[in-house]
Design a protein around this ligand. Sequence first.
Ligand SMILES: [Zn+2]
Length: 278
Amino acid sequence: MKRPKVPGVCIFCGRRPVTAEHLWPQWIGRLLPRQVPEAPVHAQNQFQRRALPQGGEFSSFHNRHARGPVRARKIRKVCGPHCNGGWMSRIEDRAAGVLTPLIQGQGVLLGRDDLRLIANWAVLTSIIGEYSDPNSAAIPPADRDALMLAWTQAGGIDADVMQTLTSGWIVEVGAREAAVNWNPTYAHVAATWVPRGEPVAGAKLNTQTTTLSVGHFVVRAASSKYELVLPRDRHAAGLVQIWPNTPDGLQWPAGPILSAESTEWIGNILRRSPVGMP
Ligand SMILES: [Zn+2]
C-alpha cells in the first residue's frame, strides 16, 4: 500500500489526526531513577560511499545516536484511537510485563512467546524511532503494514508476525552492566546497500540497525532488503538472537554481560565492520 506523505497522517493506517507518541513509553520512564542530568546527545552524520570487500557498496549512510532527551521525545506520526491507543498499546502492555524484569536486571525464564513479543516490540519501536528523523527511514512501508495487520486482524503474537515482515530482520537481546546513568539510549544507523551488479543511482536506504538500551536491557533490531550477516565479534558475544530461530526458552541473563563499550559498539556495527552478504 502506498500512501501520500501528507503531514498529520498516521504512518500505519493513514487515519488522522495524529497524536504525540512517546518513543520511550511511559511505563519505562516509571522504572528508571530520576537522576539523569546528562547532556543531550544527538548526532547525525552522512557518510561517503564505500565499496564492500565482497562487491557492491554502501552509500548515503546516516547515523543517529540520541541519548537523554529521548525519554521525553515525542513523535507525531501515529493516530490515537486506532494505532497508538489500539493495537500498539496491546503490544506495549504485554511488553511492559515481559521487559520490566530485564530492564531491572532480574533473573527470569523467558518463554518462546515472551521472546516473540520482544521481537515485535523491537520492530515497532524501530519503526517509530525512524520517524524521529524521516530522512533516515530505511524500513519499508510494507513492514509497517504487516505489523499492523498482524495485530489488528490476525491475532497479534499468535499470528507469527515476524514471518509476515518483508525485510530480513535479525533481533538480538542482551543484558548490560549496571548503567552509569539510566538514560535510555537509541542508536540508529541506516544505509543503502547496493549489491554488486545493481545500479547505484536512485537506490534508497534499505538497511538499518536500531539498538535500544534501557536499564540492564539491550535489544538490537537489524533489517535489510537483503539477507544480513552481522559480525559475531567479541562485542556481540553477549547478544542472543531471538529472531529468526527463536529459542524455545531463555534463562535470563543469557550471555556474557555487555559492557558500556560493547553496547555502543554493537549499535554502530554498520559503520564499523563490513556486513556480509551471502
Ligand atoms: Zn493509525
